[in-house]
Structures are given as structure tokens and as C-alpha cells.
Design a binder for this molecule. Structure first.
Ligand SMILES: Cc1cc2nc3c(=O)[nH]c(=O)nc-3n(C[C@H](O)[C@H](O)[C@H](O)COP(=O)(O)O)c2cc1C
Length: 174
């Protein structure tokens, strides 16, 4: 599919059925997240698969936005492996972890779309609760979660999907 068509077709799915995402498709989605560019090629992104009954039960205690997904990928960066710029005078103690993890997440999201797997990007959670609930090490920084699965009969984009600012609101000449 043409990339622009793919990008326009994607919407945040909030109505999933229980059908699991096939391992073969998941492997491709994870591969898409592996090959992304990262600052200095440090590759700090980590993908935690939440798909066991225990993992999904815990998910319901860490976010209201679980949407009964059959598969959630918690995307983190490893603070020991991330590029930092202590000399940045605007952002104190800057590191590129959110960017690196978000590039991975975005690439996985569009690979999923290409494979016919719907997705939802989730940031509505408390990072400390996630770290404690899943027993992550201190150096693992949660960035977001990517819910993946197939739509149920109620699936549709909500109004926000159709509400985008005009291009003039984004683009400036310097
Ligand atoms: C950084 C980020 C955080 C988001 N967090 C949530 C969330 O916690 N819960 C949710 O339902 N949607 C979440 N979304 C989805 C947005 O609400 C959605 O992308 C936006 O409204 C545009 O709709 P669309 O994705 O259907 O085009 C998030 C999206 C992004 C990019």
C-alpha cells in the first residue's frame, strides 16, 4: 500500500476482539522496531510483551486505557544505554530515550497497519505503577504502550481522528 494511504487509514483502535495477533505478524512488527534509527545508534529501546493472562490482568490495574487488547507492547528505553547531551543549555540532562522509543513505536504501529493489525498508542498510565507492577529494573524507563489486535464489530475511528489542524498551523519558515 502507498505510505500516505496507509498513514491516512490508520486510526486509534479502541474496540478489539479477543483474536490473538499471529506470532508471524508480531515478529515482523518487532523487527520493524528493531531496525529504526536511534541517537548515535545506541538502540536503547526495549519491548515488553504483555499477552499472558497474568500480564493482561495486571494491565487492567495500571491503565484505564487497556481496551481489552489481546496484546500490549510496553515500550521502554534502558537508561544505561541511551544517548545523553549534558551540554544542552535548554533541556537539562537531556537524553534521547523518548525519541528513540517513539521512533520504534511509530514504525511498529505502521508495520502493524500494513499487516492489517489495528493499534492504539497509550500514555495514560503512571510510570512508577507500571515499573512496580511488572517488576521492571530501575534503569528501565517506560515511554508508552502499543496495543495491538483485530477490531470487533464496534470498531471505528472517533471524532478526534477526523479533526486535524490545517498545514499552515504546523509549518513556518525561518
Ligand atoms: C503520545 C500519545 C499518547 C496517547 N495516549 C492515549 C491514551 O492514553 N489513551 C487513549 O485512548 N488514546 C491515546 N492516544 C491516542 C490519541 O488520542 C489519538 O492518536 C488522537 O486522538 C488522534 O486520533 P487517531 O489516532 O484515531 O487519528 C495517544 C496518542 C499519542 C500520540
Amino acid at each position: 500500500m502507498d505510505f500516505m494511504e496507509l498513514a491516512k487509514n490508520r486510526y486509534s483502535e479502541r474496540f478489539f476482539d479477543s483474536r490473538p495477533v499471529e506470532q508471524e505478524k508480531l515478529d515482523k512488527i518487532l523487527e520493524a522496531g528493531r531496525i529504526v534509527p536511534t541517537a548515535c545508534n545506541y538502540q536503547p529501546q526495549k519491548f515488553y510483551l504483555i499477552r499472558s493472562k497474568e500480564g493482561l490482568d495486571k494491565l487492567k490495574t495500571v491503565t484505564h486505557f487497556h481496551y481489552n487488547v489481546p496484546l500490549m507492547i510496553l515500550i521502554c528505553y534502558d537508561a544505561r544505554e541511551v544517548w545523553t547531551n549534558p551540554g544542552d543549555r535548554y533541556y537539562q540532562n537531556y537524553n534521547s530515550g523518548e525519541q528513540d522509543a517513539s521512533i520504534a513505536a511509530t514504525t511498529m504501529m505502521y508495520e502493524a497497519e500494513e499487516l492489517g493489525v489495528h493499534s492504539i498508542w497509550i500514555r495514560g498510565f503512571d510510570s512508577k505503577t507500571v515499573v512496580d507492577t511488572y517488576g521492571l529494573p530501575d534503569h528501565m524507563i517506560p515511554v508508552m504502550m502499543l496495543g495491538l489486535g483485530y477490531p470487533n464489530e464496534n470498531a471505528k475511528a472517533n471524532g478526534w481522528h477526523y479533526n486535524r489542524k490545517p498545514i499552515e498551523d504546523f509549518v513556518y519558515e525561518l
